[in-house]
Design a protein around this ligand. Structure first.
Ligand SMILES: *Cc1c(COP(=O)(O)O)cnc(C)c1O
Length: 474
């Protein structure tokens, strides 16, 4: 399946014109897109994508952090096809249920940490986080502490694009549009050692960064705080990997004030960090877990909330109707896809492989990239990794000279990545990957080879535009 099947070719220009005329893309400037024309993806197999011009591209981002088992899995199509024939849809309202939803709920409980015995299904990660906002506030109502409504989140966090998702998230560019946001949500800084850790060891910085949570709790009044929500490793914000001391301290603070701990595992779940749920690797015990993306490897949309016993017991014992839900909550086809996806992950031992084998292998490869003149910092955790482009290197990572924002070095580098046949995402000056979990050593080597080539080409472009310090031009 290495060759692109030419019978699948589409007329790129026609599709691009229709696309520009009628399709409003997410997170996209329509004018800029119309000017350049969208890249038309037509096929995927394993870790590879093909565009309508026949280019074969290594997908370093698993689609959008989700195609954990890789593209083109016949078993997924079969499972979905079969379920569509049996029962394509039925809802879970009004005392009804369906077999795939029940089986998936039971399976997720089996995979989740011990304090989880209930699942609420949604259609996406954003809906999962919306559900969490309503659920934690409902929980505190039932606990007769309705004043506990404030949810603390983090700057630069991504929790989705619905109004609650945007409000929980800490993306300045999103907050700037379409307000007002959901009230009662406040933010603390992200635990970015590069950004805030100057003059500290990583361990000391981790404790200090967790301390910001306690400070904020005290400012808003502990009796007003409902929950703290965060991604175990911040994804869309740029793969911000916290120091190992951070999460245990966060847990201690949440426990101290009786605050619910919510892990948004939409990216970090389903093997991404080398465990079924990233929380396990952070040594924390959340009360609620949001999931989506990897649960179906993106083959069909599905999300949900794993509800820990602390909340579930209250909701089920004395909650009555929870007036919340979606038409597609527990969609039988999506749940069948998730069950097959999990079966594949289990049979292939993908989670353990990322933890013990390919994750460390990816880490070593990224650490080697630090030798490149443009790479000032590189790190990874499980199957997320990132590197920072710098203008010149100093004695410590905090002494590196960064590029002027106008240079747009991240976008420049991303274009060279595409050119080299590798999809890498740019977040400012940080280049990140989240590869399919099926990646082998050879495929990691191939990916890193392409990354290195694109870095060389970025360096050459910077040089030709005289954007590097004089010493580096020699
Ligand atoms: C993608 C993402 C979401 C939103 O999920 P959608 O399915 O796009 O609504 C929420 N949280 C995190 C951490 C994500 O990465």
């Amino acid at each position: 399946m290495d060759e692109f099947d030419s019978s699948n070719t589409v007329d790129t220009k026609t599709i691009q014109a229709l696309d520009a005329a009628h399709y409003l893309h997410p997170f996209t400037d329509p004018a800029a897109l119309a000017a350049s024309g969208a890249r038309v993806m037509v096929k995927g197999d394993g870790i590879w994508l093909w565009d309508s011009d026949g280019n074969r591209i290594l997908d370093g981002m698993s689609g959008l952090w989700c195609v954990n088992i890789g593209y083109g899995r016949q078993r997924m199509s079969d499972a979905v096809y079969q379920q569509m024939q049996i029962l394509p849809f039925y809802n879970s309202f009004f005392n009804t249920t369906n077999v795939p939803a029940v089986m998936l709920a039971a399976k997720l409980v089996e995979l989740a940490p011990a304090n989880f015995n209930r699942v609420f299904f949604t259609g996406s990660g954003s809906e999962a986080n919306d559900t969490i906002v309503r659920m934690v506030r409902r929980y505190w109502e039932l606990m007769a502490e309705p004043e506990r409504h404030i949810i603390i989140s983090r700057t630069n966090a991504y929790h989705g694009s619905t109004i609650a998702g945007v409000s929980l998230g800490g993306m300045a560019g999103m907050h700037a549009q379409g307000g007002p946001l959901v009230p009662g949500i406040v933010h603390i800084d992200q635990p970015s050692y590069l950004e805030h850790g100057h003059g500290m060891t990583e361990d000391d910085f981790g404790v200090a960064a967790a301390g910001w949570l306690e400070e904020r709790i005290k400012t808003v009044g502990p009796h007003n705080v409902a929950a703290f929500i965060a991604e175990p490793v911040q994804g869309a914000g740029g793969v911000i990997i916290p120091p190992t001391t951070y999460w245990p301290e966060i847990q201690r603070i949440c426990d101290k004030y009786g605050i619910l701990l919510v892990a948004d595992e939409v990216i970090c779940g389903f093997g991404r960090l080398g465990a079924w749920f990233g929380s396990e690797r952070m040594g924390i015990s959340p009360d609620l877990i949001a999931f989506a993306k990897g649960v179906t490897s993106g083959y069909i949309p599905l999300g949900g909330v794993l509800v820990g016993d602390r909340v579930a017991d209250v909701l089920t014992a004395r909650g009555g109707d929870f007036n919340h839900g979606f038409t597609y909550s527990g969609h039988p086809v999506a749940c069948a896809a998730a069950l097959e996806n999990i079966r594949i992950m289990e049979e292939e031992g993908l989670v353990a492989r990322v933890l013990d084998d390919t994750g460390p292998y990816l880490n070593a490869a990224f650490k080697r990239l630090i030798a490149h003149p443009l790479v000032g910092y590189a790190d990874s955790f499980g199957f997320v990794a990132g590197l920072n482009l710098v203008r010149s290197k100093g004695a410590t990572v905090h002494d590196n000279e960064v590029f002027d924002g106008d240079v747009g070095v991240g976008m420049m580098c991303r274009a060279h990545m595409f050119e080299a046949g590798i999809i890498m995402r740019a977040v400012g000056d940080r280049m990140i990957v989240a590869p399919p979990l099926v990646m082998t050593h050879e495929e990691i080597d191939e990916m890193v080879k392409r990354i290195a080539l694109a870095l060389d080409n970025t360096l050459a472009e910077l040089r030709s535009k005289a954007l590097l310090p004089v010493a580096a031009i020699a």
